[in-house]
Design a protein around this ligand. Structure first.
Ligand SMILES: [Zn+2]
Length: 299
């Protein structure tokens, strides 16, 4: 599936270690993924900034789960009181991400990401389909920015000493750079190495400005200069993309919840169309398709 020839230019997740194995580093260059989201969902710049960070965060967090489970995913649901409304970002361990913003074009163009999302609730769902029950947990959204909220989530819910850095840079023609780094301290990390890493994180220039100038490999090396950073073999890289797992069957599922008279109404109108909120794909159901639904005894 992975096209190795295009890996060099395309979005990718890389993995590494720092401070002689005291830290695990995951990093993702997501410029194309975020720009695809912007295009498909008609996102205003601040919505691109917000969802781009959330998508990158979900990609990094999906990789934190047990690597042996093939289909695991992470869903981040931001329910803040800011003008963007509900925002969803979802990614799986294979590097496919998708998202949605309730109000992708807020009226106030001066908003920053924190205010655009606002305060409220962040729900994190981790699942490993088809088997296994999804694991859900929630924290309060404090209006502090996506990276800070996710760092707090990891500390509280996963009891993991870690930090998340995220960046999106918009230019007039679209997303010029996007990406993120997730740093995870192992329990055996020494106080000295924790201090060095924290210092580097503090001193790091905004991630998006680095990402615009250099590939993700060099960005991470620059941020962790002097911390014995080493990337693990690039054959462990994961190709990233904005891609939706919707299907005709899944689009039909919500129609099954309609009452028989509502279905008859749609039949009278000659059918129905369902538009996927994540990718805009349209699924057209004829009167015949709907009649078949209606005929089901449990509908
Ligand atoms: Zn879709």
């Amino acid at each position: 599936m992975v096209l190795h020839g295009t890996m060099e230019q395309g979005d990718r997740l890389i993995q590494g270690m720092a401070e002689g194995g005291d830290f695990r580093i995951l990093a993702a260059g997501t410029t194309r993924t975020v720009d695809t989201a912007r295009e498909l969902l008609d996102l205003a710049p601040v919505a691109t900034d917000a969802l781009g960070r959330a998508l990158t965060g979900s990609i990094l967090m999906a990789r934190l789960l047990d690597k042996n489970v093939k289909h695991q995913y992470v869903t981040l649901r931001f329910e803040g009181d800011g003008p963007l409304g509900v925002m969803i970002a979802e990614a799986n361990v294979a590097g496919a991400a998708r998202g949605w913003v309730a109000n992708p074009v807020p009226l106030d163009e001066t908003l920053d990401v924190s205010r655009a999302i606002g305060r409220g609730l962040l729900t994190v769902v981790r699942g490993t389909p088809p088997a296994g029950k999804p694991y859900t947990s929630q924290i309060e959204l404090k209006g502090s920015g996506v990276a800070q909220e996710l760092t707090r989530y990891l500390a509280r819910s996963e009891q993991m000493s870690s930090a998340v850095l995220l960046g999106v840079l918009n230019r007039r023609r679209g997303v010029a750079a996007a990406g993120g780094i997730l740093i995870q301290a192992f329990p055996h990390a020494s106080a000295d190495s924790v201090e060095r890493i924290e210092q580097r994180i503090k001193e790091a220039p905004p991630l998006s400005t680095l990402l615009e100038k250099m590939p993700i490999e060099d960005v991470v090396a620059a941020v962790f200069h002097g911390c014995h950073y080493k990337q693990i073999d690039s054959s462990f890289n994961v190709a990233l993309s904005y891609s939706c797992s919707c299907s005709r069957e899944r689009a039909l599922a919500p129609l099954q919840l309609f009452a028989p008279d509502e279905l008859r109404e749609m039949v009278a109108q000659g059918g129905s169309e369902v538009v996927c909120q994540f990718c805009g794909r349209k699924y057209r159901f004829s009167a015949g398709d709907l009649l078949a639904l209606n005929a089901k005894p449990d509908a």
